[in-house]
Design a protein around this ligand. Sequence first.
Ligand SMILES: [Zn+2]
Ligand SMILES: [Zn+2]
Length: 214
Amino acid sequence: MKRAAKIAVVAAAHAGACLYLWRAFLQPWTIGELALGLLAGHIFLDLLTLLIHWTVDNYFTPASPVIGSTVYYFREHHDKAFEMFNRDYVEGNFRNAGFSLLIQLGMAAWVTGCAGNAGMAVAGLGGAYITQIHKWAHMKQPPRPIALVQRARLLVGWEFHNIHHADTARHYGLYAGWFDRVFDRLRVFETAEHIIWRLTGARAVETRLGDFTT
Ligand SMILES: [Zn+2]
Ligand SMILES: [Zn+2]
């Protein structure tokens, strides 16, 4: 994809998020609805990015159709964690911004009300920054406002994300990391891994269950 097209994708994802925010205030609204929507969007993006990262790391390869190039960057990152610092914001984020844009377009006719539109604004904008948030999580000294947000546990930070690099079967969260803690406690990925193996025979690349078939 040409550089201009990548910039257009990133810009459109930002414009879409702004439009959703604008739509949130087109009808009578309350602070409660607005807060609920912002929180829901935050939680939705955390869950979505966690599930995508877990699925890509475990059930796809760089040779997979359509998403192979995305999978390549995930695998490259496990081997060479700082390679992504050679790519600027646009190069690093146009894929996740494009995915954000698709979801924004797909949901436009369905989302109504202040809370729904505010939620989509947060999820849409955050989606355009996933790789950037990941980069900040690799900096021991990120920009000061970001460090404050990380310390408040609204975004993943170095201490949280470093665990994924020590054990790639853990801490998949690339946004807030809230669902990792819940899923670990409930053994969600262990259960999902077992069910997928029983149904399809596919084994997770980064298994948490060891050789459970023998
Ligand atoms: Zn990973
Ligand atoms: Zn990383």
